[in-house]
Design a protein around this ligand. Structure first.
Ligand code: G3P
Ligand code: CA
Length: 264
C-alpha cells in the first residue's frame, strides 16, 4: 500500500525485495533489481552511500570489501571505505562474482542507474546508510532524486519512501523534502512513545520482525501509520507477519512471499 496518513481498510501486504532479490542475485546490483521485478515485487529496497567525489551509489556496507573485489583491485587502500573512492574507481570493481560466477561483471550502480532500472515497474524504498558519515547527503539526495523524471513519476504515484535508522537525520531530510514519505527503522521494539512521536512527522514505522508482536502492529495502525517489517526470509515468519496485517514485508526472497500471498 502507498504511504497514507489516514487509517482505514488496508489492501494486501506489499512484497518488498530487500537489496533487490538478494537471495538470488548479488545484493544492490541491477541484476538484483531485475530479478526483484521478475519475482513480482511491489517495491524494491536499497542502501545509498556517497563517493569521494560526491556521487550517490548503491551499497549496504560502509566499506567496499564484502560485496566487491576491491581488495584485489586496490590492495593498498584498506579499509576500503566507500567515501574514500571516486565513482570512476568504484566502477572498476566487480560487484557480482563474490555471489556467484554467473554474475561476474556486475557493477556498483549509481542511484540514478538504480532508479531508472526500477522505472515504473515497482515502488522504491530508499535507505541512505549511515548518513552521519556524509555531511549534507540529505541535500545531495533530494537534488539527485528530483533531477530524475522516473522519480517524479514514482513520487506522484505514491511509490517512494525514504527510510533510515538515523531518526534525527531523517527528520532533517523530511524538512527539506516534505512531500516525500519517510519511514523510521527500528532494530528494537518501538514503544508507544516512539510510535506517537513518529506519527507527528513520519508515514511508516519499520521494525525488525523479531522483537515485535501483534500489539506493535496495532499500535502503529492506530496512529495512522504503516508498518513494514524486515528482514523476513523464512516462510513461517512471513505467515506470522501477514497474520498480524503488516503493510509490507521486506525479504531477500520476494518470490517465496509472493507465492505464500497467492496460495494463502
Ligand atoms: O529495509 C530494512 C533493512 O534493510 C534494514 O537493515 O541492514 O539490511 O539495511 P539493513
Ligand atoms: Ca537497507
Amino acid at each position: 500500500p502507498a504511504a497514507s496518513a489516514a487509517p482505514g481498510p488496508r489492501p494486501a501486504v506489499d512484497v518488498i525485495a530487500h537489496r533487490g532479490s538478494s537471495g538470488a542475485a548479488p545484493e544492490n546490483t541491477l541484476a538484483a533489481v531485475k530479478l526483484a521485478i521478475a519475482h513480482r515485487s511491489d517495491v524494491v529496497e536499497n542502501d545509498i552511500q556517497r563517493t569521494k567525489d560526491g556521487e550517490l551509489v548503491i551499497m549496504h556496507d560502509t566499506t567496499l570489501a564484502r560485496t566487491t573485489d576491491v581488495e584485489q583491485v586496490f590492495p593498498d587502500r584498506a579499509p576500503w571505505n566507500v567515501r574514500d573512492f571516486t565513482l570512476a574507481e568504484i566502477k572498476r570493481l566487480d560487484a557480482g562474482a563474490w555471489f556467484a560466477s554467473e554474475f561476474k561483471g556486475e557493477r556498483v550502480p549509481t542511484l540514478a542507474e538504480w532508479v531508472n532500472a526500477v522505472g515504473r515497474q515497482a515502488g522504491m524504498l530508499l535507505e541512505p546508510k549511515a548518513p552521519e558519515l556524509y555531511p549534507g547527503i540529505e541535500t545531495d539526495l533530494d537534488k539527485e532524486l528530483r533531477s530524475l523524471p522516473v522519480f517524479d513519476h514514482a513520487l506522484r504515484s505514491g511509490r517512494v519512501v525514504v527510510q533510515s535508522f538515523n531518526h534525527p537525520w531523517l527528520r532533517a531530510y523530511k524538512d527539506l523534502a516534505p512531500d516525500v514519505p519517510v519511514g523510521l527503522l527500528f532494530s528494537n521494539k518501538p514503544t508507544e512513545a516512539d510510535i506517537a512521536a513518529a506519527a507527528t512527522w513520519a508515514q511508516q514505522v519499520n521494525p525488525a520482525l523479531g522483537p515485535i508482536d501483534q500489539a506493535t502492529v496495532d499500535q502503529v495502525h492506530a496512529r495512522g501509520l504503516e508498518i513494514h517489517v524486515w528482514t523476513v526470509n523464512a516462510g513461517q515468519d512471513m505467515r506470522r507477519a501477514i497474520g498480524w496485517k503488516v503493510d509490507g514485508v521486506i525479504t531477500n526472497y520476494p518470490q517465496v512471499l509472493r507465492d505464500i500471498l497467492q496460495r494463502g
